[in-house]
Design a protein around this ligand. Structure first.
Ligand SMILES: Nc1ncnc2c1ncn2[C@@H]1O[C@H](COP(=O)(O)OP(=O)(O)OP(=O)(O)O)[C@@H](O)[C@H]1O
Length: 646
């Protein structure tokens, strides 16, 4: 296999990205200086905070007193350093309390509908409480303890932050890689804190910087009113109050005290903006030269699949998945359930490959999602059962169902790139899946991740493990997605159009890889595709779906050679891979009727060249002979049709 070219691009660290922004860098330096001066005030301050020099009251700046003195001759610079301590402590308490409450609550509200129903009204209620009244009550209750008031302020600012976290997380929750993380079987906490939170730190940081600014102003205000720090301790608010009482005699004092508060507030806001931008820059793709492609002959995985195509085994391996009469519906007009798949039945044995083909909108993906237990919002199983190893998955609780994903049933989609979180390397994605499903430690999971990358025939697994999703080609991303899917040693892989987005040579490589992996692992594969070529290549048996129903099922070669349903016949006749050179392909007129517009009889009747009166009168059942079924009256003797409808 040809080694992939190009080295993984290194992103500059957050600190370097931050320092490249002049405003953020200046704010950071200023705040660092304030923190340092406050922490080391006893060392740096030329005078004690209470040291009075009655010979120099209300002095302007001089060599002895850099920022002058107050009405008692106390050194303003020294008192500003000591006064920064309660100010910064208050900000820290408020920000911590606000973040510790708002981040988990906001994430839960976004990711769990039940929590949201409680949280949203509560947030509205809390936001209407007047903060100053609460703060005064807390100060009265806790003997003017400023830390208690600042903690209360943290609680009061949390609802606003909950809204921000919830709104930002809702956007990210819709990203395909979050849906993919569910499919891989990751727990809610892992998804929230590993995949969603890192993407929303920008808005969170901006809002926390505003919370910090609010906290500083509140702390200053309370001390201005004499309600916080006990006199004669130094505080910025107390110093502003002192300055305001003497401003008719000397107004200089307001300048350093007011400037300390104003500059710190501005610096907090600028730093929040800078961190947000630097974080966002970290997610942006490098613009040049890092995308690589695997070699054409990347995967010489072996020749044929594990079993010859043909009729379903009768006494073969045990049935792994049995879907029986499955009907899934969305709420339609007036709230009435509108089926999108109807009475779908099939079974899949261990190690078998089953294809589902059909035009767009026929219900292939919905069938796969129903098996995974990940139907879109609003969709419900309204009939039938899905037995996994004999246990009815539709009757399982959410936790039990989630336990099947990744370990028993894995999934790959046609958009592997979108399913990979852009913030994490390929190795880290796979290691996370290994840890989730096997409980392995970090080092062991990392080793297994490298093994899996080798198993999916990616070149130089060590190096690929260090790459980010944007550095992979489509084929490499699909192999990486397969490695994640294999992490839980699944017994069934649902592959939804796994080759659709790839170019032709890579499609063939991925199909060969799937076959090899199936042989090596013994897993069953449910291949959802609109491509007869892929299904013919990989699947022993095939279901043909039309407008929500299975219209034909049987051994793939038999269906391709002698389709029983006119829809299968039409699909095959329109397939360029199966056409004869020089002969014009047949095009089926019309389109798939939308759910809710299905006719009462055969769903295909309006497009069928063989349609009879009986086809439109009643629903058509599947008739099966020799493991080959078709939902068509043409194969049923005419007298049986009449008898059935009498
Ligand atoms: N969120 C949704 N709300 C309402 N209807 C939906 C929703 N998602 C899918 N459907 C409908 O369900 C039907 C089956 O969709 P499904 O995605 O399973 O089709 P498909 O055969 O997989 O098509 P494709 O090959 O385009 O993915 C379609 O008619 C589609 O319009």
């Amino acid at each position: 296999m040809e080694p992939a070219a190009g080295a993984p691009a290194r992103r500059p660290g957050l600190a370097r990205r931050l320092l490249r922004r002049p405003a953020a860098a200046a704010a950071l330096l200023y705040l660092a200086a304030v923190v340092l001066l406050a922490a080391l005030a006893p060392v740096f301050a030329p005078y004690g905070p209470q040291a009075a020099d009655f010979a120099h009251v209300l002095a302007t700046p001089s060599a002895d007193h850099w920022l002058g003195t107050d009405a008692l001759g106390r050194d303003i610079a020294s008192r500003l350093m000591f006064g920064a301590r309660p100010a910064l402590l208050g900000v820290l308490v408020t920000v911590l309390v606000s973040a510790v409450i708002a981040i988990p609550v906001g994430l839960s509200a976004a990711l769990a509908g039940g929590v949201d129903r409680v949280v949203s009204p509560l947030v509205d209620l809390l936001m209407s409480i007047p903060a100053i009244v609460v703060l005064l009550m807390v100060l009265a209750t806790f003997d003017q303890e400023l830390a208690a008031a600042m903690a209360a302020l943290g609680v009061l600012t949390a609802p606003g932050l909950v809204r921000v976290v919830r709104a930002a997380a809702l956007t990210v929750a819709g990203e395909p890689y979050v849906a993919a993380a569910r499919v891989y079987g990751f727990g809610g906490v892992t998804i929230a804190f590993r995949h969603v939170l890192p993407r929303i730190v920008g808005p969170i940081l901006v809002n926390l910087s505003l919370v910090a600014a609010t906290a500083l102003l509140t702390e200053t205000g309370l001390n201005f009113l004499g309600l916080g720090v006990h006199l004669p301790e130094a505080s910025w608010g107390g110093m502003v109050a002192d300055a305001s009482t003497v401003m008719n005699q000397q107004n200089w004092m307001l300048v350093p005290t007011g400037a300390a508060v104003a500059c710190t507030v501005i610096a907090l806001v600028l730093l929040g903006d800078g961190v947000r931008d630097a974080t966002a820059e970290g997610w942006a793709r490098p613009s040049s030269g890092t995308r690589i492609r695997p070699s054409r002959d990347a995967a010489k995985e072996g020749a044929r699949g594990p079993r010859a195509k043909g009729a379903p085994p009768v006494d073969g391996p045990p049935v792994l998945l049995r879907v029986d009469g499955l009907t899934v519906a969305f709420p339609g007009p007036g709230g009435r359930p509108t089926p999108v798949i109807d009475d779908v039945s099939f079974e899949l044995r261990a190690g078998e490959t089953l294809g589902i083909v059909g035009e767009s909108g026929c219900g292939k993906t919905m069938t796969g999602r129903a098996v995974l237990g990940l139907l879109p919002d609003g969709a419900h199983v309204v009939g039938g059962s899905i037995l996994v190893d004999g246990a009815d998955a539709t009757a399982m609780g959410r936790r039990e169902r989630a336990g099947l994903r990744g370990s028993t049933i894995a999934f790959i989609s046609q958009e592997p790139m979108a399913a990979l979180d852009p913030l994490f390397t390929v190795g880290s994605h796979i290691a996370e899946a290994v840890r989730t499903h096997t409980g392995a430690g970090r080092a062991q999971a990392r080793r297994r991740a490298i093994e899996l990358l080798g198993q999916v025939r990616l070149p130089d697994p060590d190096r690929v493990a260090k790459m980010y999703p944007h550095q992979l080609s489509g084929g490499m991303a699909q192999r990486a997605a397969l490695a994640i899917a294999l992490a839980g040693s699944p017994r069934l892989l649902i592959a939804d159009e796994p080759t659709t987005a790839l170019d032709v040579t890579v499609q063939a490589e991925i199909l060969r890889l799937l076959r090899t992996l199936q042989r090596e692992t013994g897993m069953a594969i449910l291949l959802i595709s609109h491509d007869w070529g892929a299904v013919g290549e990989l699947c022993e048996r095939t279901l043909v779906m039309y407008a929500g129903q299975v219209v034909e099922s049987g051994p793939t070669p038999t269906i391709i050679a002698a389709p029983r349903h006119p829809y299968s016949e039409g699909l095959l006749a329109a397939n360029p891979q199966l056409g004869t050179p020089g002969v014009t392909l047949r095009v089926m007129p019309g389109g798939v009727p939308a759910p809710g517009e299905w006719p009462p009889g055969c769903h295909f009747a309006a497009r069928c060249p063989y349609v009879m009166d009986a086809c439109t009168a009643h629903p058509v059942a599947v008739a099966e002979t020799a493991g080959h079924g078709s939902r068509c009256l043409r194969q049923v003797p005419a007298r049986m049709i009449e008898a059935d409808h009498d």
